[in-house]
Design a protein around this ligand. Structure first.
Ligand code: FAD
Length: 112
């Protein structure tokens, strides 16, 4: 694995600024995809920006009844959400069909 620096973003603006400031920077969420790619030398970011602290892990119901899914909602939580199961059953079933329980507990919507 190649050397890289690491920071934890505390706001979306800080995360975006860090990505703009550093050539070769990548966001990291659950890490289930990116870390494998780094170990295989397919990805070699010079800087990792951890976005897990940004609080983007909510599923909101909008006035028109649609759902807004946060970037950091874990696959497990999205699949189990009562609104998703009721109104978007194919999405829920597709999520549960993917990977393993441990991976789904870490994997995020934006990462996927
Ligand atoms: C064994 C295995 C089986 C799998 N099976 C399936 C499957 O059947 N179906 C399926 O759909 N997927 C499958 N996956 C993929 C899995 O769902 C993804 O690895 C996971 O969703 C990635 O999410 P993460 O949060 O871990 O992303 P990370 O690994 O943290 O990041 C992945 C990419 O997304 C970027 N990223 C992450 N968060 C953000 C953000 N907020 N904004 C912008 N960019 C961001 C990162 O920079 C990186 O480029 C499998 C993975 C594994 C390892």
């Amino acid at each position: 694995m190649n050397a890289f620096s690491f920071e934890r973003a505390t706001s979306p603006a800080q995360a975006a600024a860090a990505a703009l400031r550093t050539t070769g920077a990548k966001f990291i969420a659950g890490g289930t995809n990116l870390l494998d790619l780094m170990k295989l030398d397919i990805e070699s970011p010079t800087h990792l920006i951890d976005v897990n602290g940004l609080g983007l892990d909510k599923i909101d119901t909008l006035p028109d009844g649609a759902l807004r899914i946060g970037a950091l909602v874990r696959n497990t939580d999205l699949a189990a959400d009562a609104r998703v199961r009721r109104d978007y059953g194919v999405l829920s079933r597709a999520l549960v069909a993917g990977a393993s329980g441990q991976l789904r507990n870490m994997a995020t919507t934006a990462g996927n």
